[in-house]
Design a protein. Structure first.
Length: 137
């Protein structure tokens, strides 16, 4: 949490991420350390930090704002360029409830921001189009 503040995220973002990390720890304890490693990796990359900040700002956008599509493309391109951010332990992927647990974490709080829901959907679509196996519910 301290690291998020160090790279310039505000207290509201840190609070939501704290809640998401608690959820992730409860739902996917077997890959939580891997998740934290990927988070640290992304926080070391200024481009990832900037894209994440833009994603956070997108909460205030209209769900049909064309910037959401542009941001989704940029986020997906970043993930495809830095495959370490997409790494998912094989043992987790093969679990019968992996898609449900992934969905609960990845779509956490989307009901409070339709623009974030659209952004997530578009990023996932870009990744699937590139051949990445994104769990679906």
């Amino acid at each position: 949490m301290d690291r998020l503040a160090e790279v310039g995220f505000g207290s509201d973002y840190v609070a939501v991420q704290r809640e998401a990390l608690v959820l992730a720890r409860a739902l996917v304890p077997e890959i939580f350390d891997s998740f934290l490693t990927r988070l640290e990796h992304s926080l070391d990359d200024p481009e990832s930090v900037e894209l994440t900040k833009r994603g956070w700002d997108a909460r205030a956008w209209d769900p049909n704002d064309p910037r959401i599509e542009e941001l989704a493309s940029a986020l997906a391109d970043k993930l495809l360029t830095d495959r370490a951010l997409l790494a998912m332990p094989t043992g987790f992927r093969n679990q019968s409830d992996a898609a449900s647990r992934y969905g609960m974490i990845n779509h956490h709080r989307e009901d409070q921001s339709p623009s974030i829901a659209r952004l997530n959907t578009l990023v996932e679509a870009h990744l699937r189009a590139a051949g990445i196996a994104v769990p679906s519910q």
